[in-house]
Write a protein that binds this ligand. Structure first.
Ligand SMILES: Nc1ncnc2c1ncn2[C@@H]1O[C@H](COP(=O)(O)OP(=O)(O)OP(=O)(O)O)[C@@H](O)[C@H]1O
Ligand SMILES: [Mg+2]
Length: 257
């Protein structure tokens, strides 16, 4: 089972879109996919038409379970329109975890431990993180083998990226391992000079860690979210979807190396 976290402390950079689109593409490949929504705002859950406020169980229950087992996780899953794609949804209650758990010892490993129970059930787990450094992002990063960091190709977002990369360096020290980080330039508008400049700066600063493609700005993503369907299903020929397919190919090739 491959576990990827999609994280950036900066908001609105394309984390949820990346999670949903890669998840859709993987499910279309026939892979069994679990998408975990760790954002209290539950954008990923709402994307799939899951009304977070009406849920009786969610990923929150995994965090507060007395004893973890496979059923604790499996009982919280919601199906999607794609047969092999499941969602572990979020609720607002997640927002209380930072206060109740803070950085207590062992509380950063709950997701990692929970996922061990469903190793046989899924080929891929993708975790959509909130734009906040806290116990939820720490859990997602600790559980994953690969971190995808979407970054908008504009200068303010690059500042946010510096913060995020610094955070990851600190986490590498506390977790005593090197992270496999792939930075993904998103919402790239090739007609805008500032976007081209920002992309060049990104390549200069983070060279090796930056995926060598770009996700273009594409209104189809917004249309797809309105239709509550991954863009890869809603609009398979969209250029944005094509770019994510290229990204996925790179990630899958690197993973099997
Ligand atoms: N490549 C793209 N082209 C055009 N619009 C996009 C693209 N990627 C994402 N969007 C749109 O930008 C908005 C923000 O994207 P998204 O919700 O994926 O970001 P996020 O990082 O998850 O945000 P948050 O930090 O609030 O969780 C959404 O309306 C989404 O549809
Ligand atoms: Mg999001």
């Amino acid at each position: 089972m491959k576990i990827w976290a999609i994280a950036n402390q900066k908001g609105g950079v394309g984390k949820t879109t990346t999670t949903v689109t890669l998840g859709g593409l993987l499910a279309q490949q026939g892979k069994r996919v679990l998408l975990i929504d760790t954002d209290p705002h539950a954008s990923l859950s709402y994307y799939f038409g899951i009304d977070s406020e009406q849920l009786s169980v969610s990923v929150y229950d995994v965090f507060v379970a007395d004893k973890l087992n496979a059923d604790v996780v499996l009982d919280c899953l919601c199906p999607s329109r794609l047969d092999s794609l499941f969602i572990l949804p979020a609720t607002m209650a997640l927002a209380t975890l930072d206060r109740s758990m803070g950085m207590q010892n062992g509380k950063g490993l709950i997701l990692k431990n929970a996922l061990k129970f469903v190793q046989q059930e899924f080929d891929y787990v993708l975790m959509d993180c909130p734009p906040v450094l806290g116990v939820l992002m720490v859990n997602a990063v600790a559980a994953c083998e690969r971190i995808l960091v979407p970054v908008q190709t504009e200068f303010l977002a690059l500042k946010g990226l510096d913060r995020m990369m610094h955070t990851l360096e600190i986490m590498e020290k506390t977790q005593k391992r090197r992270f496999d980080v792939t930075i993904i330039p998103t919402m790239f508008d090739k007609r805008v000079n500032a976007a081209i400049d920002a992309h060049n700066v990104l390549l200069e600063q983070y060279g090796q860690q930056v995926w060598d493609g770009v996700i273009p700005v594409d209104t189809r993503f917004r249309d797809a979210s309105q239709a509550q369907t991954p863009a890869s299903v809603y609009s398979p020929r969209a250029r944005g979807v094509y770019a994510y397919a290229k990204l996925l190919k790179t990630l899958q090739q690197e993973t099997t190396k």
